[in-house]
Design a protein around this ligand. Structure first.
Ligand code: PLP
Ligand code: COI
Length: 339
């Protein structure tokens, strides 16, 4: 195997040796197949290509100091993929099949799991697509579920250093009663233009507002938003954001640390009073937000004056990572150790 510099891995595609696949035909899931091909051969009228019947998940396998491989709250990812499947009428992947395929993909590519201590992990990408042909707008009758993996560093190249994000008002990621709450490809297609423009303007990502009134914060392109004020962990409640498993865990950890947790609508005007802010997700882990710039009004909200993450965000980040890598006891039973 080539020499991998684990400490400087970007968050990106990385070719590994195997992926695993399973097909849903005639109303049932078949046997798990192992493939060493990076390609999928499919019907040109497959519904994933035309009508967006596609859902994915994002998880990580962590290598501990003890050499053991850990998964973090995989059941939540399995359940969320189930909700995504229901939301766009795809065949549901049974939880046991989801787990078996994730474990198989991780173990087959074990040599790509970053060793402990480099801030890297093996990213796991479960993917569910409609493969059956339709030309009328209808759900497919055949589906493929696959899992591939690859070693990654943090989503934002800044790592745990504060980023500046751009608030956009002329684009929405998801409609109020649309598909923002499930992890389907269309949401990401809808976010590309604004995200790309933000990059050209010098921002690594955007913060979307709730589409109907543009008064409340929704989430960042690939991560949820949270803020800290007066010993409270505050995070938006909205029907159009993805329920982040990282955020759910941080809410619990904040409570464990004696903080108040407020999951509620968060008005843009409140940004002025926040002491810390961050973007959280499997890929982003916690990315502290040092500053937000409203693209339309030019108004700036500053959360970090010294270029460092705030104390509460740092505590939460350290605790979450300590559990994920097995450095601290897993008191909530979030971790599955693979044997
Ligand atoms: N929000 C969006 C839009 C995402 O794509 C993700 C990534 O999965 C998240 C939030 C974070 O969710 P999680 O913490 O479950 O990875
Ligand atoms: C994740 O955090 O795992 C994600 O899936 C975000 C992503 C769109 C890269």
């Amino acid at each position: 195997m080539e020499n991998i510099n684990w400490s400087t891995l970007p968050f990106g595609y990385f070719k590994t040796d195997y992926n695993v696949r399973c097909y849903y035909r005639n109303g049932k899931w078949g046997l798990i197949e192992t493939s060493s091909s990076e390609y999928i051969n499919m019907h040109m009228a497959a519904t994933c290509l035309h009508y967006g019947q596609e859902a994915f998940e994002g998880m990580k396998a962590y290598r501990g100091k003890d050499g053991k491989i850990r998964l973090f709250r995989w059941e939540e990812n399995a359940k969320r993929m189930g909700r995504s499947a229901d939301g766009i009428l795809m065949a549901k992947v049974p939880q046991e099949l989801f787990y078996e395929m994730v474990v198989k993909a991780v173990k087959l590519n074990e040599k790509y799991i970053p060793p402990y201590g480099h801030g890297a992990a093996l990213y796991i990408r479960p993917l569910l697509i409609g493969t059956g042909p339709q030309i009328g707008v209808k759900p497919a009758e055949e589906y493929m579920f696959m899992v591939f993996v690859g070693p990654v560093g943090p989503y934002f190249k800044e790592g745990f250093n504060p980023v500046t994000l751009q608030i956009v008002r002329d684009f929405d990621r998801a409609a109020p009663q649309g598909t923002g709450h499930i992890k389907v490809g269309g949401n990401y297609a809808g976010s590309l233009f604004a995200a790309n423009r933000a990059k050209e303007e010098g921002f690594p990502a955007v913060l979307f507002l709730e589409a109907k009134e543009k008064k409340y914060i929704d989430e960042a392109g690939p991560a949820n938003f949270f803020a800290i004020k007066n010993n409270s962990y505050i995070t938006p409640k909205s029907d159009s954001i993805l329920p982040s498993i990282t955020n759910m865990s941080l809410m619990q950890l904040a409570e464990d640390m004696g903080m108040n947790v407020e999951r509620r609508k968060v008005a843009v005007e409140e940004l002025d009073g926040f002491e810390e802010a961050g973007a959280c997700g499997t890929a982003a882990i916690i990315s502290p937000i040092g500053k937000l710039v409203d693209r339309e009004t030019g108004k700036e909200y500053v959360f970090s004056k010294d270029g460092k993450a705030g104390t509460k965000s740092t505590k939460l980040y350290n605790k979450l990572q300590a559990i994920q890598y097995g450095d601290e006891p897993d008191t909530h039973n979030w971790v599955t150790i693979l044997d």
